[in-house]
Design a protein around this ligand. Structure first.
Ligand code: BF8
Ligand code: SF4
Length: 634
């Protein structure tokens, strides 16, 4: 283990566990990252292709060979690879949302043990799609809604109804003019696989336009569809207080950690962990301590106040504490290495999803139809594993910070309505116009071992707050800023600029939070980036301008997953200046690089901006916000 420890994380709890992993002879992501150095330069530039069996081909963007065996140029190969990655990201969200619609239908038919919790949202979403909502009970309406949502996956439409019903009208028109409105998500993803295969599309501009189209598939058949349906089934989040970091693990309780993305599993685990407390006590524990990682952690944090154990780069470290009795996972962002790490301790690793199996883990075939039995079984496996815990191997870092979550758009509007019940957005807009709130930034996305964990996210957020920029977050960024103490009332006092602080105090006091609103508002998991889109859409609608004219910016400082690329593409489609902490694998093509960072702005209003330095990135985001303010005459 030669990588300088400081290059691994800025989180003291993580650093302590990295040392412990070393002492326990447990390999982690940083060891494997080091073993991969130097990483392939062709891959980093995006100029390698193995889309046919003549390959693999590597093109030299600075000389020869200048083309693959079939003649594909660097521009073609780079654009093709990027499009496949963005389609990969979109596919995860579309599949997730489709599963949510299936659950909605089964819940409506009462064939699974899940309720329809948010009837108001059900009626709002159904009404938005033009369904008659009067005189129907929630189950009948939910059945009709599921049917309407399924129809977006069927062929024959000019574009998806859900997109037309939920995206800002001005944006839909912009996308229509560009010819990037998707028909149906399955067709579009299938077509991308076809388009990018050997001997099809060689035109980088055409490939990039279809990349922009994939961003729309990602949001309107994935993110937004998933969020809305999950809110209907599980309830729309409202502000909730919890804690973040490995210090939430308990020395005396059965520790069950939930990891992955889909709340249908995690909600049931939460329910059964609460119901089986007595069994844990009978096994000699003080109870059951639940905590979450990554996005399913965010889902149960937002709705149930479950504590955060950490973000993507903390997943192995949670097990290294020696205190995790069971980790249960579903899909996405789950390191296969968890099985090897768990094998070094007493931790039981349980997989639950058809497409998320890991050699070395125990698989429980979790199904909605028998969700209660499955969840109870998994929690009982955790209680049984607790008895095998080796106290000598347990070391729980002390770090944990107060963290607030639950800031859905509905929650934000409710808080603002305490200042102006008639016109809840007015106080926020008035304060933006007055300059107390200089603008807003959405910071989202992952950790990536290329960056010390959280080292771009935290300073970027602090710098923006200092400049009176209100921050909303999702995904692994939320865990990072929660751990760093920016997502609680005290964080406002400590980090917000004076104008922003005054506003946070006024809203927090009016909403009865007993202090200022946190300066960084947790809007949820990565699918919940749709909530940020909804908020921007509402603000733009209120002001009668395009989303691209708002004094706002987006950032994915430590992006990692293909999902971050598809979400970022949608953000650019929406018209946002979108900072990313590293270039995706496109620098081998000057054409692709220029389109993404310059030319696309003329088409949709948004563009990518690459900057690894958090202070410089904050300066650029603030400069962009200033430019937008000036253009609006404020
Ligand atoms: O969907 S932020 S590392 S956990 S991809 Fe993954 Fe990235 Fe975390 Fe959630 Ni989002
Ligand atoms: Fe090489 Fe072309 Fe085949 Fe790609 S598609 S591997 S560039 S021959």
């Amino acid at each position: 283990m030669n990588v300088d420890k400081c290059k691994k994380s800025i989180d003291g709890a993580s650093l302590q566990m990295i040392d412990k992993a070393c002492a326990d002879c447990v390999g982690t992501v940083w060891d494997r990252f080091e073993a991969q150095q130097p990483q392939c330069g062709f891959g980093e530039l995006g100029v390698c292709c193995r889309n046919c069996l003549s390959g693999p081909c590597r093109v030299n963007p600075f000389g020869e060979p200048s083309a693959g065996i079939c003649g594909a140029s660097a521009d073609t190969i780079v654009a093709r690879n990027l499009l496949r990655s963005v389609a990969g990201g979109a596919a995860t969200h579309v599949d997730h949302a489709f599963e949510a619609v299936e659950m909605l239908e089964m819940a409506a038919e009462k064939s699974i043990p899940y309720d329809i919790k948010d009837e108001a949202k059900l009626r709002a979403v159904a009404g938005g799609l033009g369904l008659e909502t009067e005189g129907k009970d929630k189950f009948e309406l939910a059945k009709e809604l599921a049917k309407a949502l399924y129809s977006d996956f069927a062929p024959g439409k000019e574009t998806m109804d859900f997109l037309k019903a939920t995206a800002p009208a001005e944006r839909v028109e912009t996308w229509r003019k560009l010819g990037i409105l998707p028909k149906d998500p399955d067709l579009e993803i299938r077509r991308i696989m076809h388009e990018t295969t050997m001997g099809c599309d060689a035109d980088p501009v055409n490939l990039l336009l279809n990349t922009a189209k994939m961003g729309l598939v990602d949001c309107y058949s994935g993110l937004k569809l998933g969020t809305d349906v999950q809110d209907i089934v599980f309830g729309t989040p409202m502000p909730v207080k919890t804690e973040a970091n490995l210090g939430v693990l308990s020395k005396d309780k059965v520790n069950i950690v939930i990891h992955g993305h889909i709340p249908f599993l995690s909600e049931k685990i939460v329910e059964w962990a609460r119901r089986l407390e007595d069994e844990a006590k009978a096994a000699g524990a003080a109870g059951i301590q639940l905590s979450g990682l990554c996005c399913t952690g965010n889902e149960v944090l937002m709705r149930q106040g479950v504590a955060s154990a950490g973000n993507y780069l903390s997943q192995e470290l949670a097990i290294v504490t020696g205190a995790v009795d069971l980790m249960v996972v579903d899909v996405q962002c789950i390191m296969p290495s968890l099985a090897q790490v768990a094998a070094c301790y007493h931790t039981k690793l349980v997989t639950t999803h058809d497409i998320g199996k890991i050699p070395g883990a125990e698989h429980v075939d979790f199904r909605a139809e028998h969700a209660d039995e499955d969840a109870a079984r998994i929690v009982r496996m955790g209680i049984a594993a607790y008895k095998n815990r080796n106290a000598a191997k347990v070391e729980i870092p002390p770090q944990k910070a107060e963290m607030w979550g639950g800031f859905s758009v509905e929650a934000i509007v409710t808080a603002l309505s305490k200042l102006d019940a008639e016109n809840p957005l007015k106080p926020l807009v008035d304060n933006i116009v007055a300059g107390n709130v200089f603008g807003a930034a959405g910071i989202v996305g992952c950790n990536n071992p290329r960056f010390p964990q959280d080292s771009v996210i935290v300073p970027l957020a602090k710098e923006l707050l200092k400049n009176n920029v209100l921050i909303v977050v999702t995904g692994c960024v939320a865990h990072a800023l929660g751990k760093a103490g920016l997502m609680c009332p005290e964080g406002a006092e400590k980090y917000a600029g004076p104008g922003l602080l005054a506003v946070l105090r006024a809203v927090g006091e009016a909403a009865g939070l007993g202090g200022p609103l946190p300066p960084v508002l947790h809007m949820g998991s990565c699918v919940d980036n749709s909530r940020i889109g909804d908020l921007l859409g509402a603000l733009a609608g209120y002001l009668g301008v395009s989303v691209s004219q708002l004094p706002v910016a987006a950032s994915a400082p430590e992006l990692n997953h293909e999902k971050a690329l598809s979400i970022g593409t949608w953000a650019v489609d929406l018209g946002l200046f979108t900072h990313i902490g590293m270039a995706p694998f496109v620098l081998g093509s000057p054409v692709v690089t220029k389109v993404l960072t310059e030319d696309i702005e003329g088409l949709v209003g948004g563009k990518f901006y690459v900057e690894p330095d958090p202070v410089k990135a904050a300066e650029a985001m603030v400069a962009h916000i200033r430019k937008k303010r000036e253009a609006l005459g404020i």
